[in-house]
Every structure is written in structure tokens, then in C-alpha cells.
Write a protein of this length. Structure first.
Length: 164
């Protein structure tokens, strides 16, 4: 945001960045539950892949420092396709990791939380694919705010599962 200089402020980019923050925190929280599991190289690669894709998505959506006079909303829509395709890749690789470590994750969290997370990603993948190819602002707002709400709900659900 500081690199934006005199560029107009984009609330959409801010909400997308907020979503990335919540997604990163949710992923780290999920990793904490499997910290004592036995690690294999394939599992490590599957764990690392979503975080790398999230980091790439953060880089793609960031404001270029060398062009502060550009409209940040236009930059958001110009970079929406790679941004959301990277997020789709992160969700798919996250799901592959969970399937590879299903027994470990079942011991860490309640089964209901896992199915809710899978259902959330099952809706998120087509929604993010849609956002990658549309420039309708209202659709971007609805999906991003819904995705943040979904992450907050899943986090509260996993907290309740750990306490219960």
C-alpha cells in the first residue's frame, strides 16, 4: 500500500489482501495441528506448495512501486486472472495435502470440520475460477467477502472442535 504513492486506493485490492492474510493464518493454524506427525518428502512438498502459491498470489496482487500514477483498481482487474488462478491452485494443493495426510488430520480435528472445509473449497474453486475471468465488481465483492466469512467460520469451528 505504501508503494502506491499517489495512486487511488482500491478497496477491492485491500479485501483481496485481507483474504490472503486470513488464508495464510488459517493454513498456519492447520499446520500446527499436524506438527507432531511423521513427515515424508512428499508430504513436505504438499505442505509447502499451498504456501508458495499464496505468496505468489500476494506478489501478483501487490501494487508496483515503479508506477504510482496507475489506478490501483485497474491493476487489480488486470492481475485478477493470475491472482485467482494461483488461489485455485493453492486450494487444490491444500486439499491434496489433506487427502495425503487424512489419518493424521482426522486425529487433530473433528471430521465435521474437515468436510466443511472441503465443501468450502468445493465452492471456492469454481467461484475463484469465475473471478479469474470476469470483471464484474459486484461478483468480486460478494465472493471475496464470502471467502473471508468462510475462513472465519472454519477457524471458529476448528477452535470449537479442539475445545470440545
Amino acid at each position: 500500500m505504501l508503494a502506491a504513492g499517489n495512486a487511488g486506493y482500491s478497496r477491492l485490492r485491500f479485501v483481496a489482501s485481507l483474504f490472503l492474510l486470513f488464508l495464510t493464518l488459517r493454513y498456519i493454524w492447520m499446520l500446527w495441528g499436524v506438527r507432531s506427525s511423521e513427515w515424508h518428502f512428499v508430504h513436505f512438498v504438499l505442505v509447502l506448495t499451498p504456501m508458495l502459491l499464496i505468496a505468489l498470489a500476494a506478489y501478483v496482487i501487490s501494487m508496483p512501486a515503479e508506477a504510482p500514477e496507475l489506478d490501483s483498481t485497474e491493476i487489480y482487474f488486470a492481475r485478477a486472472r493470475p491472482f485467482f488462478l494461483l488461489l485455485v491452485g493453492a486450494m487444490i494443493s491444500w486439499t491434496l495435502y489433506e487427502w495425503a495426510n487424512f489419518a493424521v488430520i482426522q486425529n487433530s480435528y473433528a471430521a465435521e470440520a474437515n468436510w466443511t472445509a472441503l465443501a468450502s473449497r468445493g465452492l471456492g474453486v469454481p467461484a475463484f475460477l469465475w473471478l479469474a475471468f470476469t470483471k464484474r465488481r459486484r461478483h468480486h465483492w460478494v465472493v471475496l467477502v464470502g471467502a473471508i466469512g468462510s475462513l472465519v467460520y472454519l477457524s471458529l469451528q476448528s477452535l470449537a472442535a479442539l475445545e470440545g
